[in-house]
Every structure is written in structure tokens, then in C-alpha cells.
Write a new protein. Structure first.
Length: 138
């Protein structure tokens, strides 16, 4: 059994961003030499997300609008912000979009559907955050 770990770092200028990290994950898979196994991609921050979906700008715009309707950025709305933060909404957005994904590795490739891409979702940007890529297999 082999293991490969890499940390990807992000510092987005916008508060909310969606970044396609599929090429980065594929590069780590190639570097690992693993042909069969599992690839975990995990947002290592409580106001960021990793998810799988289509790389289509309309969908991303819809996500932004939908998430803002569900958890608006209104600092007075969240008790969490009484701690001095202003990111209560970002915690909720992360909870909705998810913390991590696990993708099968088959024949040295990510075994995903035809339109599936891996995304980093940022909900409280403008500071450095990391994503862990952990690949386990043979």
C-alpha cells in the first residue's frame, strides 16, 4: 500500500470563489504513481469546501445566489459573529457544500463521471487556506 499527501494553498481575493482544482488533483495522482485506490480531497478550513459538480459558469452563479439566499452575509444575523468574527454565513455555506470528496482511482486516473470536476469552494476568502489531497492505493 502506498500513500501520497500534498497540500494545495489558496488565498482568493474575493469573499466567495469556486476554483476548479481537478488539474491539481490529477497532477498529484500522477506524482503518486498509484494506479488503483482512493483519492481524498479535503478542505482544511471551516469556511471552505470541496465538492464535485459541473464546470459551468451559470451553475456557479446559481450556487452563489442560492447560498446567499440560504445564508446571507449579514453579520448581525449570526450569534457566531458575537465572537468578533463576521463569517457566520461562511460556516453555514461550507456545511451545505460539504467538507471533502473521495474519488476512486482506476488505471491511474480519477474515476469520475463525464462532466464531474473537483472544486474548491471559498466562502470567507482573502486569507490563506489549504486543501489536503491524500491518495491511498497500489
Amino acid at each position: 500500500m502506498k500513500f501520497h499527501t500534498k497540500y494545495l494553498w489558496f488565498n482568493t481575493p474575493e469573499r466567495v470563489s469556486f476554483i476548479n482544482i481537478t488539474p491539481d488533483v490529477e497532477e498529484e495522482l500522477r506524482s503518486s504513481g498509484i494506479l488503483e485506490g482512493l483519492c481524498l480531497v479535503n478542505a482544511m478550513h471551516i469556511t471552505a469546501s470541496v465538492f464535485i459538480n459541473d464546470d459551468e459558469p451559470g451553475l456557479h452563479s446559481d450556487y452563489r445566489r442560492w447560498l446567499e439566499e440560504l445564508a446571507p452575509h449579514d453579520p448581525a444575523r449570526y450569534r457566531h459573529n458575537l465572537t468578533g468574527e463576521d463569517n457566520g454565513d461562511a460556516h453555514h455555506k461550507r456545511q451545505i457544500m460539504g467538507r471533502e470528496v473521495v474519488v476512486a482511482v482506476t488505471g491511474g486516473k480519477l474515476d469520475v463521471g463525464p462532466w464531474e470536476q473537483i472544486f474548491y469552494g471559498e466562502f470567507d476568502g482573502r486569507r490563506r487556506k489549504r486543501v489536503m489531497v491524500k491518495i491511498i492505493g497500489e
